[in-house]
Design a protein around this ligand. Structure first.
Ligand code: SAH
Length: 372
């Protein structure tokens, strides 16, 4: 192999450490939200100094230098902005002149982490809590053993780590059930905000009833009934999820406890938001066949609406492409997968559907209308 130049070594060192420390970024973000930093900046009208943050979060003043280091990472990561940022650069001599205090402001990303906002801005904090916690992260330490363990072929590495599959865990662990379901509501609020604004009329016109299969606590259905009050939405989910949901959605959504591998109630349309990526192709085909049996013929307006990733579709900037790839690898922890158009096409054909249409341009997820 060619000898490496000093320039190559310096670059590789920096990039490798960047990757090694990626999880520190997730942890820093999680820490900031646990401390209530986005909320504190928001309640100060959108900008706050470190002393403000110390006062508002109730931290001891001795933590100020550490808080500054946390905010430094999150500012470099574009979660906050900082006016008058501390001097960087190659000089090794420090300035002794006194500086004004740095003022931190929210960016769109941190606005989406505010909780309890009166203006009903959706909050992705519950999703962050779900993704960045030991129960979710631990299985990834076993990923390499899972790759090598052929005996465990059908088991996911979630199952190898926890001894039960993802939905058995929510059924027996009330805390996990709550955290997962609230995370899904958070995601639904954000995704449906985008979808209903940009494609709601196209996708939901002509429908008077819809079953939201694996609809959790009804986040997506609640958004649909708010935008289209004439659509009767029914959520089908597992009993331990539905039992948490009865008081949600102000009675505008009907909840049915059941198993989507056994029965799906009849309606004009079926919604599968972020459900099929949790399962392999054979299971998806089973679910889709039952969906087809639950809706009218194509000429009578029957359709299945899937909201999921279509790999290779949507924004193609480096961050979005990496997010898609990371999502796909992340879903492997429960034997799930993110699919490209050809993968989707194959399962639609096998489930007996006659055609489909992808509505992209809606972010990292797309909508797919599938016709019986
Ligand atoms: N559609 C929701 C939730 C997606 S997570 C959203 O996007 O916010 C997948 C959902 O499928 C969970 O709510 C889970 O409880 C549900 N689920 C898993 N197995 C199921 C089954 N056999 N029958 C019905 N729902 C199921």
């Amino acid at each position: 192999m060619d000898a490496l130049s000093t320039e190559d070594l310096i670059h590789a060192e920096s990039v490798l450490y960047h990757h090694f420390f990626c999880y520190v970024k997730s942890m820093a973000l999680s820490c900031a939200v646990h401390l209530g930093i986005p909320n504190a900046i928001y309640h100060r009208g959108g900008s706050a100094t470190l002393s403000d943050l110390i006062a508002d979060t109730g931290l001891h003043a001795s933590r100020l230098p550490c808080l500054k280091r946390l905010m430094n990472v999150l500012t470099i990561s574009c979660i906050f902005t900082a006016s008058n940022p501390p001097a960087t650069g190659s000089s090794t001599t420090g300035s002794l002149s006194s500086r004004e205090e740095v003022v931190y402001k929210l960016t769109t990303m941190s606005r989406l982490l505010i909780t309890g906002d009166d203006n009903k801005l959706c909050s992705m904090s519950p999703m962050l809590h779900f993704l960045v916690r030991p129960l979710t992260v631990t299985p990834f330490f076993g990923m390499h053993s899972w790759f090598k363990d052929e005996q465990a072929a059908s088991k996911s590495f979630f199952e190898m780590a926890h001894g039960c599959d993802r939905w058995e865990m929510t059924s027996k662990n009330a805390e996990d059930n709550g955290v997962l379901n609230e995370a899904m509501v958070a995601d639904s609020q954000l995704v449906m905000e985008i979808f209903l604004r940009e494609a709601g009329g196209k996708i939901f016109s002509g429908i008077s009833s819809l079953v939201d299969v694996g609809g959790g606590l009804g986040g997506a259905s609640a958004a649909i009934t708010r935008a289209f009050p004439h659509i009767k939405c029914t959520v089908l989910d597992l009993p331990h999820v539905v039992s948490q949901a009865s008081s949600r959605c102000n009675g505008t959504v009907h909840f049915v406890a059941g198993d989507m591998f056994e029965f799906i109630p009849r309606s004009d349309a079926v919604l599968l938001k972020w459900v099929l990526h949790c399962w392999g192709d054979d299971d998806c085909i089973k679910i889709l066949r039952l969906c087809k049996a639950a809706i009218p013929a194509r000429e009578d307006g029957g359709k299945v609406i899937i909201i999921d990733c279509v790999m290779g579709s949507g924004p193609q900037d480096p961050v979005s492409k990496e997010t898609h790839a990371l999502y796909d690898l992340y879903m492997m922890y429960i034997n799930g997968v993110e699919r490209g158009e050809n993968d989707w096409k194959k399962i639609f054909q096998e489930a007996g559907f006659s055609g489909y249409k992808i509505v992209s341009g809606l972010g990292i997820r797309s909508a797919i209308e599938v016709y019986p």
